[in-house]
Design a protein around this ligand. Structure first.
Ligand code: KIV
Length: 293
């Protein structure tokens, strides 16, 4: 079926715009970012949503999973991203144990992302007990994005089972969880690593947008980890398209720089600062006098 013409995007994307994009048949483009400069580049390129993902843990901080990343680490990066963004909707991931330990903790920590971090919404993983967290945050005035399917903070529960909802029964449960998330007030839901045939009916059933990562083409939007999309990570999962091989480009550039420094080819005259002629003469005379002393 031919796709409808892309709807016009507002000058500033707010949470309510995402549902409007869905209603008008548009697609939401989202990427992660963890620093000011990348956020600024993505924002200027026209990205709709920038997520300060807790994938920060893996791709920037070198942790093996997203479990160890702290509120302070997430906030530090959320602030940098928020400073670089004018147009996109900015969302920050609530790190593991920042919302599972009680509703008051959840409000305090989510509130810090808005008050100190400068982002506009938070993302939490899962359903079940997390539904009460979403309700409480939304009541408090904090917009919440949900995250279902493979939820990386539960890595130790999932083990090596990455693709979720592969049975009809589990697909039904996932649909119910997504409906519950919408009922709790989430403004969008990330679906990670689920078959396209499962993401499609969820997307059709919900009025809030689904944002897929490894969830096929029928979701209302797509998100990728920036470092995968740019080819900065040495390997990326099957779900990611690598738009560049930036890691290789950086490595080639670094090798050229090292060679230039070692061979004296850098810095060249155009990289050096000059003294005014008369000062240069005076410097020569002064050093001549010094030598003659
Ligand atoms: O942390 C993250 O980058 C995410 C996206 C993959 C959705 O949660």
């Amino acid at each position: 079926m031919p796709r409808q013409a892309e709807p016009e995007r507002p000058a500033k994307i707010r949470v309510n715009h995402l549902a409007k994009i869905k209603q008008s048949g548009g697609k939401i483009a989202a990427l992660t970012a963890y620093d000011y400069l990348a956020a600024q580049i993505l924002d200027r390129a026209g990205i709709d949503v920038i997520l300060v993902g807790d994938s920060l843990a893996n791709v920037v901080l070198g942790y093996p999973t997203t479990v160890p990343v702290t509120m302070e680490e997430m906030l530090h990066h959320a602030k940098a991203v928020a400073r670089g963004v004018v147009r996109a909707l900015t969302v920050a991931d609530m790190p593991f144990l920042s919302y599972q330990t009680g509703l008051d903790d959840a409000v305090r920590n989510a509130g810090r992302f808005l008050k100190e971090g400068g982002v506009e919404a938070v993302k939490v993983e899962g359903a079940g007990a997390v539904l009460a967290v979403i309700e409480r945050l939304v009541e408090t005035g904090i917009p919440v994005m949900g995250h279902l399917g493979y939820t990386p903070q539960s890595v130790h529960r999932f083990g090596s089972n990455i693709v979720q909802a592969k049975t009809a029964a589990r697909a039904g449960e996932l649909l119910n969880d997504a409906i519950a998330l919408e009922g709790a007030g989430a403004f969008a839901v990330v679906l990670e690593c689920v078959p396209a045939e499962v993401a499609r009916p969820i997307t059709e059933r919900l009025t809030i947008p689904t944002i897929g990562i490894g969830a096929g083409p029928h979701c209302d939007g797509q998100i990728l980890v920036l470092h995968d999309a740019l080819g900065l990570t040495p390997r990326s999962p099957r779900l990611a398209k690598r738009y560049l091989e930036l890691g290789e480009m950086i490595s080639t550039a670094a090798a050229s720089y090292i060679r230039d420094v070692r061979e004296g080819a850098f810095p060249a005259p155009e990289h050096c600062y000059e003294m005014p002629e008369d000062e240069l003469r005076a410097l020569g005379e002064e050093s001549g006098e010094r030598k003659g002393r």
